[in-house]
Design a protein. Structure first.
Lengths: 470, 438
């Protein structure tokens, strides 16, 4: 059935026996096998700078008793190694008296195909695209001083073996294509970055010369920044464009609604269930079921099928995102949000594709309503302090708004806000919801996982802009 | 037990031989094993135990000036055979790059100094639990502390780096770390802060009571913060934040950023970039140093460097590839700085706080607002308002912004340097930055 241990001295029977024996007095747990193949090919400074291929095979063995998690992982696949892990788990949970929960929902859905994107496109043709990108950008604009372009592809196969021998499997493709360009004009340097990706073959994203559009977008952002002026400092109105700026939702709201922080009562949202946390008209969902999206999963890393979880409905807090552990302790069910970076890490409740749904207004109306503020179109990244609720994100393309009109571009600035109150400051929700281009990676407790975001244009009445101009 | 040198060496030479046999003109291999055991606590009970045993190998093959690499965690000979031939085939069709090469032979490390980076002590999980119990008991004394999380990790590693020019060396290292994160709550706010300790030797870590006490005190101090108005005000960076500015400086003088032209410090050698009083060192050979190394990730010997002397930039951090591009010799900094630090300033921490009647003391920043292409800096921050040398009240939800070109020239350092991390700075004051708040 699987090839995870066919080259070792383990039989499926051995594995099932060790798993069942280790977990017999535990509340939950599983053995997780992972086989991943990945590549990265990088063009930089006019040359193919690196081409790297990596293959990794290993297991993570988890036993849970009440609130205590014991975990052991190794990349040595053998009877001895698995028994050592088992011994390690048993010694941590020696006084455990749990009853194993065998229940796990099943699914026939699949949100991506079982392909290996690395093998589906030859190395030669990948190198050709990277060189075309370099030539195209350098010929297109003489201020281009540096071009970086890369392919990153991966196929990850997993098998989860639960007590009693139940096995759940998934094969997950993932790719990303990225272009970064640096311009220099009159001694001033600025960069622009753009990329595309998701869970299908490279060529799905590159067909019809789509690589040119990726180049154009990176170039456009860099050109805008060459003309940028110092950003203003202080509280003002902020209009966010659709799509990628939804990392605001991810940082400000998403992390605070993950089950673990709320069970531990360290999230600023832990006592706000059922209460109004956003303006009317604001609905936010976290969806793992979107076809071929970067944040989608057929089953999560505990084997639970993913779903569309409504987090905030018309301003009211409805649900947290849960893995099995936090769901059990909070007496609810897993939302299929249990994820891990790889077999070396424990499962945590995480986001998948986090989206604010469309409203009724237009972006035009928002801009026109602002006397003094900024219009933010693209972001570099963000971060949140779960406990205080304060979050930041960094603009990579933004403009001044003066008297209802878009003005000059402004330099990259950090915006800071307060998670639990920011969505109450949303006074208009646009009708133009858009997904991001498929490039997001979310970090939590040292683990990075691919995620997606989406939102329409929104108007925030008050936010602090971290520029230098007073 | 971690794998010994003999095992790692045999794997490395197996790979080198195979690559040579296939027709590679050069090759280099790194093979390592790392075992770490950690235990974590939450609210004074066991929360998690974690054992990790990782093997890793990475191989680079060259055919003349063509190069590609592979990495894997599966060290079975059969798997290595498949991967090395895949790597070799990829190398064949990878375009040439004139700067690709192994390091110059005369730069490779010869004698390996014992820097005392390995402590063979082993702390059983039960003992780790005792440490954390003691720590959390102290951390949770104050009623305002509503949540405590702590962890203890012991790590042991061993590695071998070998290349086809005959270099073959490696050594063991260890680390023992403990951390404590506390959450405090009052009627107005909930705040989090932390303290941690990490050393090569078990006996050098901070005692648990102290660790718990510091974490709790730092967290309680942050309760009921205020937002201040936007202003130009001098900023005092706590040591744990000041070291981040030094790390940004290190990335800006890395030979890759310089060679690519994507650093605001390009072409600034022998120019003044800091104020006259600033000296910056990078010393790889500190005994028990958190960033110490006998050679860099290519096998090149690394010696102590004075990167900045009286404000003038003296050296970049150079590896082989970018060195060849820039016509510089590698100074053993493939992989960046080692033990990097600002030399102490002339005044005490207390005196630094008193320089201005009103300043802002920053203890935490959030966000990734550092741009080394332009030198622009803008991050979210929190800390304390300082008046006449005293911390008046906590401040949060503000941003601080400036440009490194100006910021570096306006640095004043205190004399409180210690070697807690691999990158270290005394408390630092910078004038002329913008605070955005209300």
């Amino acid at each position: 059935m699987s090839n995870f241990f066919n080259k070792s001295d383990l039989t499926r029977n051995d594995v099932e026996e060790i798993v069942s024996d280790t977990l017999k007095n535990c509340d939950d747990g599983e053995l997780y096998f992972e086989d991943s193949k990945s590549e990265s090919i990088l063009l930089d400074d006019n040359k193919i700078k690196s081409s790297n291929y990596s293959s990794d095979l290993g297991f993570g063995f988890r036993a849970i008793s009440d609130e205590v998690v014991a975990y052991s992982h190794s990349n040595e696949i053998s009877k001895e190694s698995l028994k050592n892990s088992s011994k390690n788990l048993k010694s941590t949970l020696k006084s455990s008296k749990g009853t194993y929960n065998h229940e796990i929902p099943k699914t026939n859905n699949k949100f991506y195909e079982e392909i290996n994107p690395i093998e589906q496109k030859s190395l030669d043709s990948k190198l050709e695209v990277l060189n075309k990108v370099n030539d195209y950008l350098r010929k297109k604009d003489f201020t281009v001083k540096q071009v970086t372009a890369s392919f990153a592809g991966e196929q990850k196969s997993i098998e989860i073996i639960r007590s009693g021998g139940e096995a759940l499997t998934d094969v997950r493709p993932l790719i990303r294509f990225n272009v970064s360009v640096m311009l220099e004009k009159n001694g001033r340097k600025e960069t622009g970055v753009y990329g595309v990706g998701g869970r299908q073959s490279y060529d799905e994203y590159l067909k019809n010369d789509n690589w040119k559009n990726v180049c154009e977008e990176a170039l456009r952002i860099a050109s805008v920044n060459l003309e940028s002026k110092p950003a203003p400092a202080g509280e003002m109105k902020v209009v966010l464009g659709p799509g990628w700026p939804a990392i605001l939702i991810h940082e400000a709201i998403g992390h605070g609604l993950e089950g673990d922080f709320n069970r531990k009562k360290t999230s600023a949202f832990h006592d706000l269930m059922g209460q109004k946390v956003a303006s009317e008209g604001v609905t936010i969902v976290d969806d793992g079921t979107l076809d071929k999206r970067r944040g989608s999963l057929t089953i999560d890393d505990e084997g639970t099928p993913t779903e569309r979880t409504v987090l905030i409905e018309n301003g009211i807090l409805k649900n947290f995102m849960q893995d099995r552990l936090n769901a059990r302790l909070m007496k609810t069910k897993s939302t299929g949000s249990g994820r891990r970076e790889n077999y070396k890490h424990i499962v945590l409740p995480r986001m998948r594709n986090t989206m604010m749904l469309s409203g009724k207004q237009t972006q035009d109306e928002m801009i026109k309503s602002v006397d003094k503020g900024i219009f933010a179109v693209s972001f570099g990244g963000g971060q949140v302090d779960i406990t205080s609720g304060k979050f930041v994100f960094n603009c990579t393309e933004a403009y001044e708004i003066n008297n209802g009109k878009i003005g000059s571009p402004i330099k990259g600035a950090t915006l800071i806000g307060d998670g639990p109150s920011i969505l109450k400051e949303v006074s208009m929700v646009g009708n133009d919801m858009m997904m991001d281009p498929g490039i997001g990676t979310c970090g939590k407790a040292g683990q990075g996982v691919p995620v997606g975001v989406a939102q329409p244009s929104i108007l925030i009445d008050k936010m602090t802009v971290g520029g230098t101009k007073l | 037990m971690i794998k010994d040198q003999e095992y790692l060496k045999s794997k490395a030479s197996y790979c080198l031989d195979l690559a040579k046999k296939l027709g590679a003109t050069d090759a280099s291999v790194t093979v390592g094993n790392s075992i770490s055991e950690s235990v974590s606590f939450r609210n004074r009970v066991l929360d998690e135990s974690n054992r990790s045993d990782s093997l890793a190998i990475s191989i680079e093959t060259y055919i003349g000036k063509k190069r590609s690499s592979i990495s894997s965690s599966n060290l079975l000979d059969e798997n290595l055979k498949i991967l090395i031939s895949k790597c070799f085939e990829t190398t064949k069709i990878t375009p040439e790059d004139e700067f690709n090469s192994l390091p110059d032979k005369d730069l490779l490390a010869g004698e390996i100094k014992d820097l005392n980076l390995y402590d063979e002590s082993h702390l059983e999980n039960d003992k780790k639990i005792d440490y954390l119990r003691e720590l959390e008991e102290v951390a949770s004394i104050d009623k305002k502390i509503v949540n405590t999380e702590s962890g203890f990790t012991e790590n042991k590693s061993n590695f071998i780096l070998a290349n086809s020019d005959g270099f073959c060396n490696g050594y063991k290292s260890s680390s023992f770390s403990a951390s404590c994160v506390t959450v405090a709550k009052d009627e107005n706010s909930m705040e989090r802060d932390y303290e941690f300790t990490s050393k090569c030797h078990l006996n050098d870590i901070i005692d648990p009571k102290n660790l718990g006490k510091i974490a709790a005190e730092q967290t309680i101090k942050k309760l009921s913060p205020k937002k201040i108005g936007s202003d130009k005000i001098s900023i005092i960076f706590d040591k744990r934040i000041a070291k981040g500015l030094l790390s940004s400086f290190a990335s800006a003088i890395s030979s890759s950023a310089i060679a690519r032209g994507t650093s605001f410090l390009k072409d600034k050698i022998d120019q003044q970039i800091f104020s006259n009083s600033i000296n910056i060192f990078d010393k790889p050979d500190l005994i028990k140093g958190m960033g110490s190394q006998c050679f860099d990730s290519e096998g090149v010997k690394s010696e102590a460097l004075k990167l900045v002397e009286r404000g003038f930039l003296k050296e970049y951090l150079v590896d082989t590839y970018n060195g060849k591009k820039l016509n510089l010799k590698s100074n053993g900094r493939s992989g960046g700085g080692t033990n990097l630090y600002f030399e102490n300033g002339q005044i005490s921490f207390e005196e630094l706080l008193k320089i201005h009647s009103r300043s802002l003391y920053i203890t935490e920043t959030i966000g990734h607002g550092t741009n080394i292409v332009t030198g622009d800096y803008s991050v979210g921050a929190n800390g304390f308002l300082v008046e006449n040398g005293e911390l008046k009240y906590p401040v949060s939800e503000i941003t601080i912004a400036g440009n490194f070109n100006d910021m570096f020239k306006s640095i004043t350092l205190a004399n409180d340097l210690d070697f807690k991390y691999s990158v270290n700075s005394p408390t630092m004051m910078i004038e002329g930055m913008t605070v955005a708040g209300k």
